[in-house]
Each structure stands twice: as structure tokens, then as C-alpha cells.
Design a protein around this ligand. Structure first.
Ligand SMILES: [Zn+2]
Length: 410
């Protein structure tokens, strides 16, 4: 066995923590293979390969094997990309599908999956196969008790932009000052942590991240009902106040904040841009001086900004750098970033994996996309004489499990 395969085998024995997913608590397993074959990032690729939007909508609405016959043609155009390859590999590994998609293979796949889809044991089996210790599933309110105890709760998107600010302000009997707003945010976030949110996740919008101060914030708070007409400084002040509230909450409770960077949704989820996070990062580095006990995990999707994120995590004790997603969900960009993180970031500061999965089966697909480049990047450093093999396994254990465990433990 080659060194890389040897390392991959070692890595595949390590426990894994998933710091961000969207698994439904009541039913983490997929209802049908469509949920894997049309994972949203791959869906955009299929449409890029020519699948008409109406076809995609039909497949998302009626996931029967026969409907998917048309999917084969577009998958074939993507079959050599990272996502095309891993999508089919996942259904092969998990449900025993044929080597290549065909009409018969899809019917067989649907039949096999149909036997497991309604079974909670399916999620448990997939989690076991992934050596999953826990997954932090993002929800904006406390979810019902999970069918598998490994599915935890991450507070997501409940605290961003005009709408949540408006509901906080409307709940107040008197006009809300900037100070009141700060206090209301703190109370609300504190109550979510008390209810069991193990982390706070959000995606900062693009912008200059110039904090224009209390006057602009007061303007924003007075005009929340007419959000479209908020001036740029007022909107910026609102963003800064909300981000500061997240950092304050983390500072006081030690619950980590996960900022998802690098994706700007332009139109629905089908048209995306790579967002520029430089201004937010600058704001964050300065703001963290006020909150020395806050802990922040940066999930970076813009691989051209990967350098800045690494540098920030390298220098700032509060900052951790997280796994790969969306615009960097390719073996090349993941490998490139892993190489750089191994060289630049202390081994205690990297959280190497998160799935962003909407069904348990995608946790497995996503893990393939993490383990393989990790084995490759570590093997390269050993071959170059920069790393011992046992230290390489220690790094992998830290990246896949230990660092995330320390972050989520408060
Ligand atoms: Zn997500």
C-alpha cells in the first residue's frame, strides 16, 4: 500500500465531528436517492451542464426513478468533476448501486433506497459508517427531540438582517435606543444558548463593514419598517451591531460563532457569486479586541480568500478556520487549502470537516471529499521530510475531531 493509502486507512478509523449541517431532527435520512443526486451545489452544476431549470424543478418535485432517466445525460457531462464523481460513488457505497447510472441502475437504486428511506436505522447506519460523534444541525428555533441523539442544534439565520431586528424592536413597548437594542440582542441570544444551541451560525452580508456608530444605528432602528429605503450607513450599522452581539454572546458563554463566508446568493440558490470578505475580516479582527473570550470559526468558501482567512486564524487566538464548502467543494481547491493550512496554521486551530448536509447520506459523500485530499496533503509533507507519520495522524485526529470537540465543549 502507498503511504497515501496507508494514511487514508488510518484517517478512516478516526472519529468525526460535523460542525454544520441542516439535517432534519425528526428524519435525518434521505427520503429518496434524489436528495443525494441533486445535492444543491451539484444541482447548480447540472444546470450549468445544460439541464433546463424546468427539468430540475420537476426532478426536485417528483423523485421517481423513471423521472431521473433524463438526469443521466447531464450527470455524464459532469461525471469527471469532483461532485459528479462523489455523488454516484456515495449512492454506490451506501445503497449498493451499479458502477454507472443507467435506467435500470436507477430503478434498482430506488428499490434499494425505498427499503431504507423511512427507517431511522438508515441514518444511524450512515452516521456509524462516518464514525460521526455529533453533527450540529442548523435551525433558527429549537427543534424537536432528534431521532438520533447525535443530531445537535446550531442556531442559524435567526439573527441576521432587518427581519430579526424588526421583531426584536416591535416586541418592545417603548422606542428602542442603540443601547436597548444591544441589550435585547444579548437577552435573546442568551436565551437560545440556554435552550441548548451549541453554536451560533450566520453568513455576513457583503459591504464595507464601516461601523458608522450609534446615530446610524438609531436611524436604522427607526426605519426598519421601510427596509428598502434604509441608507447604506444605517444598514451597515445594523449589521455591525448584530455581529457584535454574536461576539459578545460568545465572549460571555464561550459558545462559538460560525461565520460562513465566501458565498453571495444572487438569485435563489441557482445563481451564485463568490463574495469578497476582506472588509468583514478586517472588521472582525478589530472587533475581537473587545471580546477576548469569544471564539469564532470561519467557514470559507472563496478559495482566493483562503489566504486571508489562514492568516487571520494564524495570528488571532480567537479565530479558527473551518472546512470547505460551496465554491471550494472540489478536490483541487480543498487540497490546495489543506496544503496551505498545514504549512501556515497551528494544528489546534483547524476544524477540518463540516458537511452542510440536508440528509445523512450527504455527510458520507462530503466526508469522502475531505478524507482523500487530507491523506494526500499529509502524505506530501511526509515525503518532503517535513512531517512524521505518527504526527500526521495526530493532525488528522485534531482536524476531524479534537479541535471541534474543544470548540463545542465551551
Ligand atoms: Zn449551511
Amino acid at each position: 500500500m502507498s503511504l497515501q493509502q496507508d494514511l487514508l486507512a488510518e484517517i478512516r478509523r478516526l472519529p468525526v465531528i460535523d460542525v454544520h449541517s441542516h439535517l432534519p431532527h425528526e428524519r435525518p435520512q434521505a427520503q429518496s436517492p434524489a436528495e443525494v443526486l441533486l445535492y444543491h451545489v451539484f444541482a447548480t452544476e447540472l444546470m450549468g451542464a445544460g439541464m433546463p431549470r424546468e427539468t430540475m424543478q420537476r426532478l426536485q418535485g417528483t423523485p421517481g426513478a423513471d423521472d431521473f432517466a433524463e438526469w443521466i445525460e447531464y450527470w455524464r457531462r459532469c461525471r469527471t468533476t469532483t461532485l459528479g464523481r462523489v455523488t454516484w460513488q456515495a449512492v454506490r457505497d451506501l445503497w449498493g448501486a451499479a458502477a454507472e447510472p443507467s435506467v435500470e441502475a436507477l430503478q434498482d437504486l430506488w428499490r434499494r433506497a425505498g427499503e431504507t428511506a423511512a427507517q431511522p436505522a438508515q441514518a444511524t447506519a450512515v452516521f456509524d459508517r462516518c464514525r460521526l460523534v455529533t453533527t450540529a444541525a442548523a435551525r433558527s428555533t429549537k427543534p424537536p427531540a432528534p431521532s438520533d441523539a447525535r443530531v445537535g442544534w446550531q442556531l442559524e439565520r435567526a439573527f441576521w438582517g432587518v427581519d430579526p431586528a424588526r421583531s426584536l424592536v416591535e416586541a418592545s413597548a417603548k422606542p428602542v435606543t442603540a443601547d436597548d437594542f444591544e441589550e435585547q440582542c444579548a437577552t435573546w441570544l442568551g436565551s437560545q444558548v440556554e435552550q441548548g444551541a451549541n453554536s451560533l451560525a450566520t453568513s455576513p452580508p457583503g459591504g464595507d463593514w464601516n461601523d458608522a456608530g450609534p446615530t446610524s444605528l438609531r436611524l436604522a432602528l427607526n426605519h426598519l419598517g421601510d427596509a428598502h429605503n434604509l441608507s447604506a450607513p444605517a444598514r451597515e450599522a445594523l449589521h455591525c451591531a448584530q455581529a457584535r452581539a454574536l461576539l459578545r454572546c460568545s465572549h460571555e458563554t464561550r459558545v462559538p460563532v460560525c461565520f460562513a463566508l465566501g458565498v453571495e446568493v444572487v438569485e435563489g440558490w441557482a445563481t451564485l457569486a463568490v463574495a469578497d470578505d476582506r472588509f468583514f475580516l478586517r472588521w472582525l479582527l478589530l472587533a475581537l479586541k473587545e471580546f477576548p473570550r469569544a471564539r469564532v470559526l470561519l467557514l470559507e468558501s472563496n478559495w482566493s480568500a483562503g489566504q486571508s482567512v489562514c492568516l487571520a486564524a494564524r495570528q488571532c487566538p480567537n479565530l479558527y478556520v473551518g472546512g470547505h464548502w460551496w465554491q471550494s467543494l472540489y478536490d483541487t481547491s480543498t487540497l490546495e487549502q489543506m496544503r496551505h493550512r498545514l504549512a501556515a496554521v497551528p494544528m489546534t486551530k483547524v476544524v477540518g470537516f463540516f458537511s452542510d448536509a440536508y440528509a445523512a447520506e450527504w455527510v458520507y459523500a462530503r466526508l469522502l471529499l475531505c478524507e482523500e485530499p487530507l491523506a494526500q496533503a499529509l502524505a506530501e509533507r511526509i515525503m518532503a521530510g517535513r512531517l512524521q507519520e505518527d504526527t500526521a495522524v495526530e493532525i488528522a485526529r485534531r482536524w476531524l475531531h479534537d479541535n471541534a470537540a474543544e470548540l463545542l465543549a465551551k
